[in-house]
Design a protein around this ligand. Sequence first.
Ligand code: SF4
Length: 63
Amino acid sequence: MKVVVDMKACMSNALCMMAAPEVFEVREDGMLYILNETPPEELRAKVVEAVRLCPTQAITIEG
Ligand code: SF4
């Protein structure tokens, strides 16, 4: 699984971080950082939830 975020679409509201803090982190600089672009399968449900929660459809899962 590969996680891709369209940074132009991201509004840094951290909803993805709520769902999958192992993968997404919005820092004090207001930017979203992907902590792990290729998370293990165990995290798939959390990443899928992050995709669902993202209001701008900025997150894509490849594979
Ligand atoms: S939920 Fe979407 S808009 Fe919000 S920080 Fe994550 S990627 Fe960006």
